[in-house]
Design a protein around this ligand. Structure first.
Ligand code: AMP
Ligand code: ZN
Length: 476
């Protein structure tokens, strides 16, 4: 498999450190709010990578952190504490907020068929580990104490800016909006490993450390959690592109200073989901969630399908129109799959040929849009339904769009509809017909007509109830 590596800036043939095994680390969510569908684009694409490596025969171990220690809204050690901001907003404790949004995050992942990594570790569970690594960095001369905080000394490294060709001046700390210069730092790029001088008097979570009561910097958690579970050689580290600097750059600095050798070989970054008004961002407070998509009648698989239609190294624009197009295409695809005959024998030659083009697409830096094309090619292939269904089942172990399950559900729905005896009561028949007419009106975005039908029935004492399974009604 060829996989783009942000370190080498080329598509390199993927070779794990240990043959047949892959260690993979994913930056997890900051749990002070719901994950937005932009965050989830990143997790969907990382999930595809994880599943494709397994499909290719690798034994994958994947680790993810949960950022539940309060970190600052700006990466330059200033701004507001995100966790505290969430706790204040909802009048809860920081730990209550963390638990609630961690659970919500995994509910969203479930809805989108995103596999849970083997290890999920909250930062607050690893404080001793952070302290141990920071102590070692001080001993090795890579970290210093200033003004009560411990900083990583970036001048001790041969090369600090590994992903970008930033010069120190480009950082222009102190000039960037809302970022104050930290006088304790020896070099502008230095970053905090441990804070004891919190700018927040009411910081809730603090721990004892050799340097006083305080809390860890953000970057140290990913280095430590990864090394704790995956050892000193990591094959793949992934995250959204915004994490490349400073987060991943700092992770590399401190991990390699600690280990004394190269730490991670592949850095995989997913580009952002944007709206027409720019990047979707949690800290702006206004964003789209999976439950909002579901409330608006979109199956979560439509969003996964939408993401798979584009390449992870291109930014993706979200709009309702794009979602509607994805929905129409997905429903058409399911309707075509639903017509496939189940009987017959799988044709081995056709199976191998079609599978080869699916593999070729994903082997080329995870080209998911070509992998989706391979699904359509299966439907067009000159072979029986059983071969096609077998291929779709195989591809779906990676794509995870629940293709056959959706097609079977559609057929079951049609059969149930056909078997349902029409009511003798003309009033009930009218209600049922109007529910159907309203469904069509909504599909055609004729909301005025849909509302007119609802009001008309309400007048007659019929209340419509919209559920995920469809519309039912109650009589007064
Ligand atoms: P956070 O919860 O903010 O730490 O972010 C969780 C993951 O989502 C990280 O890998 C981020 O890089 C990624 N991310 C943040 N914003 C976006 C976006 N608009 N589109 C895609 N990924 C994003
Ligand atoms: Zn991280």
């Amino acid at each position: 498999m060829y996989l783009y590596n942000s370190l080498t800036k080329t598509k390199d043939e993927f070779v794990p450190h240990e043959p047949g095994k892959v260690s993979m680390y994913t930056c997890g969510p900051t749990v002070y709010h719901f994950a937005h569908i932009g965050n989830l684009r990143t997790y969907i694409m990382e999930d595809i990578l994880d599943r494709y490596l397994r499909y290719s025969g690798y034994d994958v171990t994947r680790v993810m952190n949960i950022t539940d220690v309060g970190h600052l809204t700006s990466d330059a050690d200033t701004g507001e504490d995100k966790m505290l901001k969430g706790a204040k907003r909802e009048k809860k404790t920081v730990m209550e907020i963390a638990q609630f949004y961690t659970d919500k995050f995994f509910e969203d992942c479930n809805a989108l068929n995103i596999r849970r990594p083997e290890v999920v570790e909250p930062a607050t569970g690893c404080i001793d580990e952070f302290i141990r690594v920071i102590e070692s960095l001080i001993e090795k001369g890579y970290a210093y104490e200033a003004g009560g905080n411990i900083y990583f000394d970036t001048s001790k490294l041969e090369q600090y800016y590994v992903f970008h060709n930033f010069e120190e001046e480009d950082l222009a700390v102190g000039v960037r909006e809302g970022v104050e210069e930290d006088g304790n730092k020896r070099n502008k790029a230095d970053f905090v490993l441990w804070f004891t001088k919190s700018k927040f008097d009411d910081q809730e979570l603090k721990w004892n450390s050799p340097w006083g009561v305080g809390y860890p910097g953000w970057h140290i958690e990913c280095s430590c959690i990864s090394m704790k579970h995956l050892g000193g050689h990591l094959d793949i580290h992934c995250g959204g592109i915004d994490n490349a600097f400073p987060h991943h750059t700092n992770e590399i600095a401190q991990s390699e200073a600690y280990l004394g050798h190269k730490w991670c070989n592949w850095w995989v970054h997913v580009l952002h989901l944007n709206t027409n008004s720019g990047k979707m961002s949690k800290s702006k407070g206004e964003f789209l969630t999976v439950s909002l998509l579901m409330d608006k009648g979109y199956d979560p698989m439509v969003y996964r399908f939408f993401c798979l239609q584009s390449h992870y190294r291109k930014s993706l624009v979200f709009s309702w129109e794009n979602m509607d197009n994805a929905k129409v295409a997905f429903n058409k695809l399911i309707a075509r799959i639903a017509t496939l005959e189940k009987d017959g024998e799988v044709d081995g030659a056709v199976f191998a040929e079609q599978k080869a083009s699916f593999v070729k697409a994903l082997d080329n830096d995870l080209n998911t849009s070509l992998a989706v094309t391979a699904v359509y090619d299966v439907l067009k292939a000159k072979t029986n339904g059983a071969t096609k269904r077998a291929l779709l089942a195989d591809f779906d172990t990676v794509l995870c769009l629940d293709l056959l399950a959706h097609a079977d559900a559609l057929n079951a729905e049609k059969n149930a509809e056909a078997e349902k005896p029409a009511s003798d009561d003309p009033f009930i028949r009218e209600i049922e017909e109007l529910i159907e007419a309203r469904k069509t009106a909504k599909k055609e975005k004729n909301y005025a007509e849909a509302d007119r039908i609802r009001a008309y029935l309400a007048d007659k004492g019929v209340t419509l109830v919209d559920t995920k399974e469809g519309t039912t009604y109650k009589l007064d």
